[in-house]
Design a protein around this ligand. Structure first.
Ligand SMILES: CC(C)(COP(=O)(O)OP(=O)(O)OC[C@H]1O[C@@H](n2cnc3c(N)ncnc32)[C@H](O)[C@@H]1OP(=O)(O)O)[C@@H](O)C(=O)NCCC(=O)NCCS
Length: 227
């Protein structure tokens, strides 16, 4: 009896033949990591974008030097902490990271590449990695809960990257860290006209507390206490 013919070798499925949903036409690697001192120029520019967005540039006096001398003065999460969100079309290179926070990496499959007019300005590590946004937060304390929490001072996703899930990644990372540390709250303030952010926060499950007002001592009113 003749031996059975070997099965034909598997043929590659042409990409066009894959169903639409399986096509990863523009995979984008996304990473949230702790900022370090070399990120200060980017952090400064992102805070400036925040001030422009909020029409508050008259209150923006931070410099790279004032940020350098006030950030990174304690262990992450014990004082001011900055999460940097960055993207790359290729997998991120292995790097040494602070053992207190393992970077969170996700792959986003986009229909179209993102046209980033500020790509050069926000290049991070090598040619491919670009900073997309940040969240800056500090520990606070709730006497009613008898527990610490985090206060998010700034959260920003650069304009061309909005509505793709990056803001969600950033706020999720802060909230997840709060849960892991046994903290009781994550809170922040939002300008009443910033309806897009309010919708985003509501989507994230936050309550917008209408009855609270912000009180602030700053400038001359604060300095007067130094006399
Ligand atoms: C607010 C901000 C951080 C949100 O980031 P983002 O990356 O655009 O948000 P995401 O794509 O993660 O949105 C997650 C979900 O929130 C909701 N959402 C976000 N922006 C929204 C908007 N403009 N309108 C309605 N819903 C919105 C949606 O449900 C969205 O999911 P979907 O896109 O699948 O519908 C970003 O818009 C930003 O940086 N804005 C300028 C700075 C700012 O306002 N910062 C906050 C100051 S308090």
């Amino acid at each position: 009896m003749a031996a059975a013919a070997p099965p034909p070798p598997p043929t590659a499925v042409p990409v066009e033949a894959l169903p639409e949903t399986k096509l990863a036409r523009h995979p984008l690697f996304c990473r949230i990591r702790l900022a370090n001192p070399s990120d200060v120029p980017h952090i400064h520019k992102l805070i400036h974008q925040m001030a422009v967005f909020e029409h508050l540039t008259d209150q923006f006096t931070a410099t790279e030097s004032s940020l350098s001398s006030t950030l990174f003065r304690s262990q992450p999460f014990q004082s001011v902490t900055v999460f940097i969100l960055e993207v790359s079309p290729k997998p991120f290179p292995e790097s040494n990271f602070n053992p207190l926070y393992k970077p969170k990496v996700r792959i986003l499959n986009l229909d179209h590449p993102i046209d980033d007019p500020e790509k050069e300005t926000f290049k991070s590590e090598g040619d491919d990695v670009v900073v997309v946004g940040f969240a800056l937060f500090v520990p606070n304390y709730s006497t009613f809960l008898g527990k610490p929490g985090f206060f998010v001072e700034d959260i920003l996703v650069r304009e061309c990257y909005r509505r793709k899930g990056f803001g969600k990644m950033l706020l999720t990372a802060v909230a997840k860290q709060a849960v892991e540390m046994g903290y009781g709250r994550v809170e922040w303030t939002v300008l009443d006209w910033n309806v897009n952010a309010i919708k985003f926060y509501e989507h994230m499950g936050a309550k917008v507390l209408q009855e609270w007002r912000i009180c602030r001592l700053t400038g001359e009113a604060l300095q007067a206490y130094g006399n």
